[in-house]
Design a protein around this ligand. Structure first.
Ligand code: FES
Length: 190
């Protein structure tokens, strides 16, 4: 009788131990599944965007001398300050989207080779033997070239680079919005 009672006690202890291990296993499994699900959802729906926002601030207008061209390569934007005002160029080649580079002379080699270069329809400038060197942009990918004001004149680029909106922000800095394309005639007068 005493040995049966002892066995009963041992059996019930063994059952409790098994139940505890089973419950602990389920808790661990459920917790790990919840964490995995949370990480998956976070991956699919990140609460942060890693893209550079289209609008950004540059320096105040007084920083840019009249006649200057300022390339903000990390933003892929150029700020030109001409006597009639400021304008900003989206530095994205209209052929296949590479980033053109600015040079003080993008025409004299073409003039020397006898390539006829069209006149810039906006400025009236034309590279000639008497005045062969004009400033502008060359695209490193397939050789398109643009005048300083972003008008294409050589290579496969089908059209000028876009102009984007700029204004003076309340804190006095230039605010450039790459998501807003503006007309070529747009000028910011400060
Ligand atoms: S991407 Fe610029 S010339 Fe092709």
């Amino acid at each position: 009788m005493a040995s049966s009672f002892k066995r009963l006690i041992e059996d019930s202890r063994e059952m409790s131990r098994r139940s505890f291990l089973a419950i602990a296993g389920w808790v661990g499994f459920t917790g790990a599944s919840a964490i995995a699900l949370y990480q998956s959802l976070k991956f699919v729906y990140p609460n942060a965007t890693y893209e550079d926002p289209p609008a950004f601030k540059a320096d105040p207008p007084t920083t840019y001398a009249v006649g200057s061209t300022t390339v903000l390569i990390d933003k892929r934007v150029v700020i030109n300050h001409d006597p009639d005002g400021f304008y900003a160029i989206s530095l994205i080649c209209t052929h296949l989207g590479c980033t053109p580079r600015y040079f003080d002379d993008v025409t004299s080699d073409l003039v020397a080779a006898g390539t006829s270069i069209s006149k810039d329809p906006d400025t009236g400038q034309q590279a000639t033997k008497a005045n062969p060197a004009l400033k502008g942009f060359k695209c490193p990918c397939h050789g398109s070239r643009y005048f300083r004001d972003a008008i294409n004149f050589f290579g496969p680029a089908p059209r000028p680079m876009d102009r984007v909106h700029l204004e003076v922000a309340p804190d006095g800095k230039l605010l450039i919005d790459r998501s807003v394309i503006v007309d070529r005639r747009f000028r910011l007068k400060v």
